[in-house]
Write a protein that binds this ligand. Structure first.
Ligand code: ADP
Ligand code: ASP
Ligand code: MG
Length: 437
């Protein structure tokens, strides 16, 4: 069994939905198809929730009505037979009535999550109905029946596996199973989600739960490129990545893959393939357990980073200083990305500065504290084993004209990271591409 996930642009118009239907019905093997909301829909749902939160029902209702009009046009384009236009539009009308109904209720965190979940509800229903219309044996499996997180907000792997397998065992005779990405229930059974962009995570969790042959992430580009194609011209696809390399790239900003997506697939040993819906025969990128040697693979960048430096003469020859510093970050549930140390100080980077004020207050007990905001991590990924000569010097040389705040190397065999000013990101990415590829 393969798991295929199609992102927002891949189901962004009725024509694209039909193309997805063509792709998934090309071969006869059974497959699970995870769908995102149509592109732009989740953002619109965020806008609706935001108006409701602010008590502006009129604006929320006006945005809902605009979205409704769009979907009604889509329905007519999607189906050939009037009977199916009616079925899909009846479903969608109920959806929009449901969205309007939140105007009359108290706004809670669950209201917001429930509103955000409707994009995937609509896209999966539309594609399922289209497949039925063209005569495919398809079943829509509601993600809310099996996708659940535990008390810590982490996926409840045992629950997911047991429930999904039970559903499949009870319904064995379908060619295609469609399900929603992104959405889930929390440990209390309330509607929740796996964070923005989390449909990739859904696919990986399903692939791992079922021990799938392969997880395919279908998007709008031919696999992982060797640099951010939104910033650098002439980037090219990387044909193979080790799970660790893919995880680093995703975590450090390569938007094509959600950072959480790699882990379940890797633990279950299921390869992940990144493919292009717009060019289905292109080879894309295969992510598996193989490490290619003597090769720098790709570069990614992560914005909105804060750097914190703590300088203290007390650190000199002292034990336990770093522990005290790290404990402060742990207390405020703030994870650290990069760390560099010297004999008298330590520099750290964090990507969530919501607790920066109490953190800095506590750190001041141990030394002089400096904070730099609007920084950016540049991460170069590939075979950076320390025994290889020349790679790290080549990477560093590419940044000769950029002020570098921190360099992190040696934490793993496949990454070197630099902290620079956010405003230097474009120049740094371009310089690295020029030097390395
Ligand atoms: P989807 O909606 O299918 O989940 P995303 O927008 O989340 O798609 O991810 C695909 C986008 O990721 C591409 O259109 C591309 O602009 C962006 N991207 C950023 N970095 C990379 C990279 N290194 N390789 C490929 N795509 C990248
Ligand atoms: N629809 C959700 C989002 O836009 C999830 C996803 O597409 O992966 O974030
Ligand atoms: Mg995505």
């Amino acid at each position: 069994m393969k798991v295929l996930k199609f992102g927002g642009t891949s189901v962004g118009t009725p024509a694209r939905m039909k193309e997805v239907a063509r792709l998934i019905t090309e071969s006869s093997e059974q497959k699970i198809v995870v769908l995102s909301a149509m592109s732009g829909t989740t953002n619109t749902l965020v806008e609706i929730a935001d108006y409701l939160k602010k008590g502006n029902r009129e604006a929320a209702n006006s945005v809902i009505n605009k979205l409704r009009a769009k979907y009604m046009t889509h329905t007519k384009e999607l189906h050939a037979a009037e009977e199916w236009v009616i079925k899909t539009s009846d479903f969608l009308e109920d959806e929009f009535m449901y969205l309007h109904s939140f105007s009359g209720t108290e706004f809670t965190a669950t209201t917001e999550k429930t509103i955000l979940a409707q994009g995937e509800m609509m896209s999966t229903n539309m594609v399922t109905n289209y497949l039925k219309e063209i005569g495919i044996k398809v079943m829509l499996i509601p993600a809310l029946d099996y996708m659940m997180t535990d008390k810590n907000g982490e996926p409840d792997l045992a629950y997911i596996e047991n429930n999904l397998k039970a559903i499949l065992n009870e319904n064995p005779n379908y060619d295609i199973y469609i399900t929603q990405g992104f959405i889930c229930r929390d440990a209390e059974g309330r509607i929740d989600n796996l964070q923005r962009g989390g449909s990739d995570y859904t696919a990986s969790l399903i692939g791992a739960a079922l021990g799938a042959d392969e997880i395919q992430i279908w998007t709008d580009i031919d696999g992982m490129h060797n640099n951010d194609p939104r910033i650098v011209e002439g980037t090219t696809p990387v044909r193979q990545l080790h799970f660790d390399e893919a995880a680093e790239l995703a975590y450090f900003g390569a938007k094509i893959l959600h950072p959480t997506c790699v882990q379940p697939a890797r633990f279950a040993g299921v390869p992940v393939r990144l493919l292009n819906t717009m060019a289905p025969s292109a080879p894309g990128t295969l992510i598996n357990n193989e490490m290619q040697h003597n090769n720098i693979k790709a570069i990614a960048a992560k914005d909105n980073i804060t750097a914190i430096k703590i300088v203290s003469s007390r650190m000199l020859l002292a034990t336990g200083f770093l522990r005290k510093v790290f404990e402060i970050f742990e207390t405020y549930k703030t994870s650290i990305d990069l760390v560099t140390t010297s004999e008298v100080g330590v520099s750290l980077s964090i990507d969530n500065n919501s607790r920066i004020y109490p953190i800095v207050e506590e750190l001041k007990k141990y030394g002089t504290v400096e904070v730099d905001e609007d920084m950016c991590i540049i991460c170069v990924v590939g075979d950076l084993d320390w025994n290889n000569v020349g790679f790290e010097s080549k990477v560093t040389a590419a940044l000769e004209n950029i002020p570098v705040r921190m360099i992190s190397y040696g934490g793993s065999d496949h990454n070197i990271s630099f902290l620079i000013r956010g405003c230097d990101k474009q120049a740094a990415l371009q310089a690295l591409s020029k030097k390395l590829f």
